[in-house]
Design a protein around this ligand. Structure first.
Ligand SMILES: Nc1ncnc2c1ncn2[C@@H]1O[C@H](COP(=O)(O)OP(=O)(O)OP(=O)(O)O)[C@@H](O)[C@H]1O
Length: 305
């Protein structure tokens, strides 16, 4: 069982719409679920794992609904972002308890194999309370893998990991993807998603904003109109010079801030043209600051497009 199909799914909590009419299919290999905080990624993953019911629409795994379907839990492993571990247990006991909950025929062997997979043998007999965030993350991963699920869902798995742990987990996920498993992980960091996933789904404010190859998503993010804040020794003359340039969409003089707000459609060309233009007109530039570089505004642009 490998393909998750999300069909017109919404989820609301009182007046909050966490997921808004989302449709997507997640197949074998590695997919990145990208979106800023509060985009609805955790809520969507919980519905995929069968932990929460959609308010509208359906979530199915190879045609079978995931909600309240015991058979489905055998095929899905979920690594939640929030800690859901008993700190007094050792890592080994925690993974073993998960193996027993799944009713596996040899829970001891399954737990040992899962701990070996995440390379946590050395710390397996220590209480979880003594683990670093990255070690906890790996034990949660072992618990999620103990029944050898064909679908692995991970919520912000790289949070709190050091670079070496990050590389180790990336390697492990790559291996699972190439074994034909379906691996879906959420993140709010584009670079992280790019390194691992060839296919990306983007969520913004509960909506499905974009889907595709990471190059296409990257292009969408860099081709958007860029806004800059400029300060110079003669803003009005600079504004007049800028409006005649092809790369500039709009210029606004902000006399309160004593600055110019410039919007460009081609930021590569603009960054080359701006210093030349200023030099040609004998204008001195004091400040050139991108005004919309925050991740939220980049995602916001994707939703509008
Ligand atoms: N149980 C709940 N009760 C009320 N509101 C909720 C609940 N769970 C999520 N929400 C709201 O739904 C929206 C989406 O939250 P969700 O946690 O799914 O986003 P996210 O993309 O995973 O963000 P983050 O990375 O910050 O966890 C948010 O506005 C959140 O406050």
């Amino acid at each position: 069982m490998t393909s998750i199909h999300i069909d017109r799914v919404s989820k609301w909590f009182g007046h909050v719409v966490a997921v808004n009419d989302v449709s997507m299919t997640i197949g074998p290999g590695i997919t990145g679920l990208l979106g800023p905080n509060g985009a609805g990624k955790t809520t969507l993953l919980s519905m995929m794992a069968g932990f929460a019911a959609p308010s509208a629409g359906t979530v199915t795994l190879d045609g079978d609904p995931t909600w309240r379907n015991e058979q489905i839990y055998r095929h899905i492993g979920m690594v939640p972002e929030r800690e859901a571990m008993y700190d007094f247990l050792t890592g080994a006991k925690f993974v073993l308890a998960n193996a027993e909950l799944h009713g596996l025929s040899d829970p001891g062997a399954a737990a040992k194999a899962a701990i070996d997979t995440v390379d946590m043998q050395a710390a397996a007999d220590r209480p979880i309370a003594t683990y670093s965030k990255g070690m906890r993350q790996r034990m949660k991963m072992a618990a999620a893998l103990v029944h050898r699920p064909s679908v692995l869902l991970l919520d912000e798995p790289f949070n709190g990991m050091d670079p070496r742990q990050r590389m180790h987990l990336m390697e492990l996920l790559r291996q699972m993807g190439s074994d034909g498993r379906t691996v879906l992980f959420s993140s709010h960091i584009l670079e992280e998603v790019e390194q691992l996933a060839s296919h990306i789904e983007v969520m913004v404010a509960g909506r499905h904003a974009a889907s595709g190859d990471f190059r296409a998503i990257r292009r969408l993010m860099t081709d958007r109109p860029h806004r800059y804040l400029l300060r110079s020794d003669d803003d009005r003359r600079l504004a007049a010079a800028l409006v005649s340039d092809d790369s500039v969409v709009s210029v606004e003089v902000d006399s309160e801030e004593e600055a110019l707000h410039v919007q460009t459609s081609d930021f590569g060309r603009f960054t080359v043209r701006l210093p030349r233009l200023a030099a040609d007109h004998g204008i001195r530039l004091y400040d050139v600051t991108p005004a919309d570089e925050s991740l939220e505004s980049v995602f916001g642009y994707l939703v509008q497009s």
